[in-house]
Design a protein around this ligand. Sequence first.
Ligand code: ZN
Length: 476
Amino acid sequence: MKAYETVIGLEVHVELATKTKIFCGCTTEFGGAPNTHCCPVCTGMPGTLPVLNKKVVEFAVAAGLATNCTITQNCKFDRKNYFYPDLPKAYQVSQLYLPICRDGGIEIDVNGVKKVIGIHEIHMEEDAGKLVHDEWDDCTLVDYNRCGVPLIEIVSDPDMRSAEEVIAYLEKLKLILQYLGVSDCKMQEGSLRADVNLSVREMGASEFGTRTEMKNLNSFKAIARAIEGERKRQIEVIEYGKKIVQETRRWDDNKDTSFAMRSKEDAQDYRYFPEPDLVPIEISDAWLEEVRQRQPELRDEKMARYEKEYDIPEYDAALITSSKNVADLFEATVAICKKPKEVSNWLMVETMRLLKEHEMEPENIAFSPENLAKLIALIEAGSINRTVAKEVFEVVFTDNIDPESYVKEKGLLMVNDEGALRKTIEEIVAANPQSVEDYHNGKTKAMGFLVGQTMKAMKGKADPGMINQIVMELLQ
Ligand SMILES: [Zn+2]
């Protein structure tokens, strides 16, 4: 078999985090009873007119600036005509001729190898409704709540060569958009959806092969599997001496294979024309500068600042900033307790462990910085030891309890009464003469046994340092 190279480009649809839709005042909130978040404008009733949501333009510009694009200061909308029941107007307002952002790129890092993935363009458009097939056997229902939710479509250049590069690109893009506050990027709610354009060619060839498009892949894992599956399929077709057909395919993640849906449309199939109901958009220099000034600190800057300002290792800074939610939690907790390395340890070790155990995403962490800070204060004050702290943290993580009142209620506070502790140890030493003898015969392990017995008698609520000290004294 010949050697092949995989060529991948992505079209990423991102739902913007505006409160209202792109051309009307309806809410963009996810879910809701079917057809309760819509009005005559977003359901395309005849005679209605769209009014552009200014926030959509600002979010698109922010995304463009953060991905090193040139902003099209005179841009406009176009009509993409297609007839499908999820879009009652029979056209989608989108941008073809003058997209708002062009010619950008972001740097990815795969196993230490850095590479820039080009961004061909970012355009604004409206989302369509949702077809509901599942509930009845013989009919399909339509929910228009999502109709008119603002989207940006980020179209990459065909610069990626492997699933690893695709995942690295998507992760970087997701972080940028989350840090900007432009989208929550929740894949399970469809706020970030990726279509994968893939072709293969013989290694060293200069022309691209014929590509296929796989739509609506809703997890990074599914994307990686779909790329691997489609790459193999195309190579097999070529090796059999057949031709790849340009088409849209649906990846079935359960069956681990893709199926042809329809032949892939070209732009001309949509009969695009300038949208007559909306005036062209003029982004003045002043407006552009205003958006630029408002750009928040992005991940790379944040990482550098953490290392410098909080004096934490690069490894910690990278892990904490890999989710905006975790980074926010870190900063808020440090602001209260002023112990950056301690906070970082709780987030990196126990929080990450519990996220995995509960199969949760970092975006869904629900405990407050106040409660983590209180837990750290309890350890610092010697009120609880680390073993107890880990148990308490599990409850903070799941139920966001107040650790102060929790340890009091459950009687977990450490016994710091030296007299009581000494009495217990004296009893244990008296009850274990063999261990005392062993210790004096050079078996130092015997001391560990006595410490362990004491901790058991104290139900784990004693300071191990203090126990060690007293046992040592009594053994001398
Ligand atoms: Zn509406």
